[in-house]
Design a binder for this molecule. Structure first.
Ligand SMILES: *[C@@H]1O[C@H](CO)[C@@H](O)[C@H](O)[C@H]1NC(C)=O
Ligand SMILES: [Zn+2]
Ligand SMILES: [Zn+2]
Length: 348
C-alpha cells in the first residue's frame, strides 16, 4: 500500500474516533458500549473472572463516573501541539520574517483558553441543593410540555426546577442543564454555559491560528525548495513536472511531525467550529441541548418504555417547536452571559 492510502486510512480512523467521542460523550448507550457488550458476551467463557471484572470496572469508571481522564488527554494533546509549534515551526517562521506579534498570538490564545477551560471545570453549573431549591424553582416557569411542576427527582429527593435535569455522572440535578461534558468533567448548566461557549470559540481560534501559521510555513518551505519548477524523468524517459501528490509526499518526509500536526489541527478546527456554531445557535434561541434533543420528537419513557427521554407525555404542540422559548436573540444571549440567579425569598 502506498503512503497516501495508509495516511488517509489513519486520518479516517482518528476522525471516526473523535466524532464518536463527541457525539456520545456523557450518554448511557453508545455504539462503543454496545460493541463492547457483545464482545464481552462472546469472550466471557474464555476470559478469567478477574479480567472481566477489571475491564467492567474501568469501563464503568471511564464512562459512567466523573473522572479526569479526558482533561488529562486534552492537556496532553495541547501540550504536544505547543511543543511541536515552539520547537519546529516557531524558529522556521522567524527565519522567514513572520513578525513576533503574529507568532505570539497562539500563546495569548492559549492563556485565554486555559482560563475559560479552568472556569468551566471549576464553576458550579447550578447544582440544585436543598438550600437553594426554593429560589431555583422560581427562575423559570414550567412549560408543561417538557417540564412539569411537582416532579421530584428520585435520586436527589428534591423538586425539579423547570429546565433542570439530573446528571447521572455527577449524581446531582443541575439547573438549566445543557449536557455533561467529559472534556471538562463537569455539567454545563446555568452558571457555566457562557464559559463553555467562550472556551469552544477560543479552542477554535487556537487551532485555526496555529494551522494558518503552520500552513504558511510549509508553503514557504515548498517555495524555497524550488520543487514547483522541478521536474523528473518518468519511466518512458519523458520530463514531467512534479504534481501536488509528490509535493505532499515530500513535505511529509521532510517535516513528518509538522504535517501530521497540521492535519490534526485542521480537523479539530472544523469539528469544533461546527459544534461551537450549534451551541451559539442554541444560545441565540434560548434552548439547551437537553431541550433540543427532547423536542426533536423523542417521546417519554412512560409512553414508550424503550425511549431514553422522559416527560413528553402531554400532546406536543407542533407549532413553534423550536423557537418556543425565544424572546429576541440578544436577550437570549444576554441570559447566557448574565444567568438568572435563584431568587432568595424571605419567609414571611
Ligand atoms: C428563555 O426561556 C424560558 C422558558 O423556560 C423563559 O422563561 C425565559 O424568559 C426565556 N428567556 C429569554 C431571554 O427569552
Ligand atoms: Zn437529581
Ligand atoms: Zn454532570
Amino acid at each position: 500500500m502506498d503512503f497516501l492510502t495508509l495516511f488517509s486510512i489513519y486520518v479516517a480512523v482518528v476522525l471516526a474516533c473523535i466524532v464518536l467521542v463527541c457525539r456520545y460523550s456523557g450518554q448511557q448507550q453508545t455504539p462503543l458500549t454496545l460493541v463492547f457488550d457483545s464482545i464481552s458476551k462472546v469472550a466471557a467463557p474464555f476470559t478469567p473472572q478477574w479480567l472481566q471484572r477489571l475491564t467492567q470496572w474501568s469501563l464503568h469508571r471511564l464512562f459512567h463516573q466523573r473522572n479526569n481522564m479526558f482533561i488529562y488527554l486534552h492537556i496532553l494533546l495541547e501540550g504536544a501541539v505547543y511543543v511541536e509549534f515552539t520547537c519546529e515551526v516557531f524558529g522556521f517562521c522567524r527565519e522567514m520574517d513572520t513578525t513576533l506579534i503574529s507568532l505570539s498570538v497562539p500563546y495569548v490564545l492559549l492563556a485565554l483558553k486555559s482560563s475559560f477551560f479552568y472556569l468551566c471545570i471549576k464553576r458550579d453549573p447550578g447544582t440544585v441543593t436543598k438550600k437553594r431549591v426554593a429560589g431555583q424553582l422560581h427562575v423559570y416557569p414550567y412549560d408543561r410540555r417538557l417540564f412539569h411542576p411537582g416532579v421530584t427527582c428520585p435520586t436527589c429527593q428534591l423538586i425539579k426546577p423547570a429546565r433542570s435535569k439530573h446528571c447521572r455522572l455527577c449524581n446531582r440535578c443541575v439547573q438549566r442543564f445543557d449536557h455533561h461534558c467529559v472534556w471538562v468533567n463537569n455539567c454545563i448548566g446555568a452558571q457555566n454555559t457562557r464559559y463553555f461557549l467562550l472556551y469552544l470559540f477560543s479552542v477554535c481560534a487556537m487551532a485555526g491560528d496555529i494551522a494558518l501559521l503552520t500552513g504558511d510555513m510549509l508553503l514557504h518551505a515548498v517555495l524555497r525548495s524550488g520543487l514547483l519548477s522541478a521536474s523528473f524523468i518518468d519511466a518512458d524517459g519523458q520530463q514531467q513536472p512534479v504534481g501536488p501528490l509528490f509535493i505532499i509526499q515530500h513535505l511529509f518526509l521532510t517535516f513528518p511531525r509538522i504535517v501530521f500536526m497540521l492535519g490534526f489541527l485542521v480537523f479539530v478546527f472544523f469539528l469544533l467550529a461546527g459544534y461551537a456554531l450549534f451551541h451559539s445557535y442554541l444560545a441565540l434561541v434560548n434552548q439547551t441541548s437537553n431541550e433540543w434533543y427532547k423536542s426533536r420528537g423523542y417521546t417519554c419513557q412512560h409512553c414508550h418504555p424503550t425511549s431514553v427521554v422522559d416527560h413528553l407525555c402531554s400532546p406536543a404542540p407542533d407549532q413553534s417547536r423550536r423557537f418556543y422559548y425565544g424572546r429576541g436573540l440578544l436577550r437570549n444571549l444576554g441570559e447566557i452571559f448574565f444567568p438568572l440567579r435563584p431568587v432568595h425569598k424571605k419567609d414571611s
